[in-house]
Design a protein around this ligand. Structure first.
Ligand SMILES: NC(=O)c1ccc[n+]([C@@H]2O[C@H](COP(=O)([O-])OP(=O)(O)OC[C@H]3O[C@@H](n4cnc5c(N)ncnc54)[C@H](OP(=O)(O)O)[C@@H]3O)[C@@H](O)[C@H]2O)c1
Length: 199
């Protein structure tokens, strides 16, 4: 299984730290060249590999850590996302009427044709997400939601590998609404730094 993080700002780098802690290789990319990104990637750890966007989207699992309004630019890189897992770590405070009345993830999912699309790793601020997910024997919870229940299992497995405790909230617009911004209001689970004893 190969992993890539698209967007190497606050949330992308926070996630890269999680991969490094578990020695899991991850590609990272943004619109800058890999040469420009490499020093920042290396500073996080030797298993963080700066690549081009074209190379990053070849990974089996692609994590979206770009500003929400940029998701379409990422989606356009591939003609189809069939067979890939896309993890949406983005948040949008845009009014719902700008998104055909949909929450941000169901709206963005439409651009990633064929993907196994899962929302996750979006509910904490980057500084928190960057710290060790295992604290005094407890595992930091990450909330996962998807309209394709089969898509959740591999993302939950990755979350466990990274030291988190995944919690499946169900469909994007049902349980997943708890970790969405609705218009200008944050969902009630956003910013809740919750721990579980067991993963
Ligand atoms: N910051 C947080 O605490 C936090 C918490 C939870 C969720 N989030 C969500 O995570 C996402 C990223 O937030 P952030 O705070 O990490 O933003 P950020 O620090 O501004 O980083 C954004 C990254 O995305 C890259 N990028 C922008 N447009 C791109 C494109 N079209 N293709 C590829 N890369 C692109 C940027 O690099 P270039 O412009 O050089 O390409 C940069 O590396 C947002 O959707 C945000 O809502 C953030």
């Amino acid at each position: 299984m190969s992993y890539a993080i698209i967007g190497f700002g606050r949330i992308g780098q926070a996630l890269a730290h999680a991969f490094v802690r578990k020695n899991i290789p991850v590609s990272v990319a943004n619109r800058q060249s890999p040469e420009v990104l490499t020093p920042q990637a290396r500073a996080i750890g030797p298993t963080v590999i700066a690549t081009s966007l074209q190379d990053a989207v070849q990974a089996d699992t692609v994590i979206l850590a770009v500003p929400f309004e940029q998701h379409g630019e990422v989606a356009k890189i591939l003609p189809t996302w069939q067979g890939k897992t896309v993890i949406d770590a983005m948040n949008s405070l845009a009014p719902l009427e700008e998104m055909d009345g949909l929450l941000s993830s169901p709206y963005a999912a439409k651009a990633f044709t064929g993907a196994n699309y899962v929302k996750g790793f979006n509910h904490l601020i980057a500084a928190t997400l960057a710290t060790d997910a295992i604290v005094e024997g407890g595992h930091r919870v990450v909330f996962l939601s998807s309209d394709n229940n089969d898509a959740i299992a591999p993302v939950a497995a990755l979350a466990r590998e990274l030291g988190f405790a995944p919690v499946n909230l169900g469909k994007l617009s049902e349980g997943g609404a708890l970790v969405h911004a609705r218009g200008r209001v944050w969902g009630p689970l956003i910013f809740q730094d919750v721990f579980k004893k067991e993963q």
